[in-house]
Design a protein around this ligand. Structure first.
Ligand code: HEM
Length: 540
């Protein structure tokens, strides 16, 4: 019996590999004829081997190159004149039979992801990430199904303006920023760990209603498990990185042959057990009448979401996992920007000193009076986007765009890196210049430097129905962290043994799959005055 099933599994794998090869040939031929033009690739593999690590750099290079190639080839005919404009901002790839469209223009991204959101709101199949590691319960990887809708609704209902503007939320975020400042003052070398802890503090409160004391006692373990799960999921989510993503039939292999399958199951069991435990503690708090308003309570109290207890646990766990590392990575970008751009730091500090003074730390209520710091948060998210390719979508039906055919099942990637560096909106895109978001003729709030982003001024939160549900929470956390750290410290490059500044790279990064963080760098945090330690300690 065992031998039989082995043989049939073997035959199925071969058959599926053969089918995949035929599909690759079919796609390669079809791509040439109808889809937006793209770089020539190898037979069968298409462009799969050309992309390499940090794909958004290659995509952005192709965006530039394709404008030129199409111009020189087609410049006289009417139909192809249009390609002159289109080929750069939108081009297609063939990843071993999988058609992929890369969009590097905000207008076109809005057309696909917002105006045609009915077609472009699903995700590609993530075999390891969605099926093995999270068993179809990790919202960012879910196809646009009922589970996705219900989970998203619950998160959206919790992260609403009422919660985010509540006094309790502001107090928590303010004390988290103050604690971050205190930890950095005592132990500046490990600033990235303190940042991660600060980000986790906000999320644990928002999701499970945890108090700062409880977070101090138990938070580190939760962060460690979540971090491990997120690392596994995001690494597995890169399209085409693992063979099983290209040949899902390999999913049938037994665990003794497929180590990734065993590791995936273990990852799931570890993450799931913790998410269930965390929700159980919310139920206990509710029974004891001690629960704070939070996502966990919303999920438990509302039958309308029609989620099982396990699905509720994963919804909460997803929000936690979605918020910790992303916000922490953006805070690291902020520190990097301060090290590399001291003039922006000085200008923000002048604004903070004139509005807040030197006798208290910044608070959320200062937000509207600190337009430069507000603009700085936007510039941090634009300058080095921590999700440079957003999260991939897949088209759920055949579609046409400007004469090009986009077949059902095409992976669509928003090249956020290129959009945030579109010279039309950001002429000096490499420079870190928060003032690009300010209207020089007024002292009002930041303006939208790129109009189609609904007031955010960059494309870093994605678009349409799958736009990041944590964007406003992240903006608040970033604002308070930036304002408080700049109130307290001059952030400077570290110096080497010869007293020379060690200047970190602005573009080197660690790819964490669906998001990136700056490559490790050193810097110094110099308290800006003798009042700093006392005021921080009094606030925490
Ligand atoms: C600086 C911080 C953050 C950035 C740059 C960021 C960016 C993104 C991006 C680009 C996406 C994909 C959107 C798309 O497909 O168009 C996303 C999705 C998501 N984000 Fe965030 N995010 C951040 C913080 C947060 C926070 C604080 C939360 C907490 C709730 C969160 C939860 C999620 C979830 C659950 C999704 C999946 C949405 C879906 O697939 O429907 N994110 N985020």
């Amino acid at each position: 019996m065992a031998a039989m099933s082995w043989t049939s599994a073997y035959v199925s794998v071969i058959a599926l590999v053969a089918l995949s090869i035929m599909r690759a040939i079919y796609t390669a031929v079809r791509l040439k004829k109808t889809m937006p033009p793209g770089p020539p690739g190898l037979p069968l593999l298409g462009n799969a081997l050309q992309i390499g690590p940090l794909p958004w750099f290659k995509f952005t290079q192709w965006k530039e190159e394709f404008g030129t190639i199409c111009y020189s080839v087609h410049y006289t005919t009417h139909r192809l004149t249009r390609e002159i404009m289109l080929a750069g901002p939108i081009f297609s790839l063939n990843l071993a039979g999988q058609p992929v469209v890369i969009i590097s223009d905000a207008e076109i991204a809005a057309e696909f992801l917002e105006r045609r959101s009915k077609i472009y709101s699903s995700r590609p199949r993530f075999v390891i990430g969605n099926e093995v590691l999270t068993r179809g319960m990790f919202l960012p990887l879910l196809p646009a199904n009922d589970m996705w809708r219900q989970m998203r609704r619950a998160i959206h209902d919790t992260m609403n303006t009422t919660t985010l503007s509540s006094r309790a939320m502001h107090t928590l975020q303010e004390s988290s920023a103050a604690a971050l400042t205190l930890h950095i003052m005592h132990n500046p070398v490990h600033f990235t760990q303190h940042i991660l802890h600060a980000s986790a503090t906000t999320m644990l409160h928002m999701v499970y209603g945890w108090s700062p004391m409880r977070i101090e006692a138990e938070g580190a373990h939760v962060v460690e498990v979540v971090d491990d799960l997120v690392r596994r999921i995001t690494e597995a989510a890169v399209p085409g990185l693992r063979l099983v993503e290209l040949f899902p039939a390999l999913l049938w292999l037994p665990e003794c042959v497929a180590v990734w399958k065993r590791e995936g199951r273990e990852g799931y069991e570890r993450g799931s057990a913790m998410f269930v435990r965390l929700m159980e503690s919310v139920r206990e708090d509710m029974r004891a009448g001690m629960a704070e308003p939070c996502l966990g309570v919303t999920l438990i109290q509302n039958e309308k979401y029609a989620l099982s207890m396990l699905e509720q646990a994963w919804t909460a766990g997803t929000a936690l996992a979605g918020g910790i590392d992303t916000t922490a990575a953006a805070m690291q970008v902020f520190i990097l920007a301060m090290v590399l751009h001291p003039s922006a730091m000085r200008r923000a500090q002048q604004e903070i000193d004139s509005v807040v003074g030197r006798e208290r730390l910044p608070v959320m209520a200062d937000w509207q009076y600190l337009p430069y710091v507000h603009a700085m948060v936007r510039e941090v998210l634009r300058w080095q986007s921590i999700a440079p390719m957003g999260a991939p979508r897949v088209s759920s039906q055949d579609d046409w765009y400007e004469g090009y055919f986009i077949p059902k099942g095409t992976i669509v990637i928003q090249n956020t890196w290129a959009i945030n560096r579109d010279a039309e909106y950001f002429p000096d895109f490499d420079a870190f210049r928060p003032e690009r978001y300010l209207d020089p003729s007024s002292s009002g709030p930041p303006i939208d430097a790129m109009p189609i982003t609904h007031g955010y001024g960059h494309a870093s939160f994605g678009a349409g129905r799958r736009i990041c549900p944590g964007k406003d929470l992240a903006n608040q956390s970033l604002f308070l962290a930036c304002a408080t750290l700049l109130w307290a410290f001059d952030i400077q490059p570290a110096v080497d043994e010869n007293g020379q500044p060690i200047v970190p790279s602005s573009t080197e990064c660690v790819d964490r799959g669906l998001f990136v963080q700056p490559a490790p760098f050193t810097c110094e945090f110099l308290p800006r005055g003798p009042e700093v330690p006392g005021i921080i300690q009094a606030t925490t």
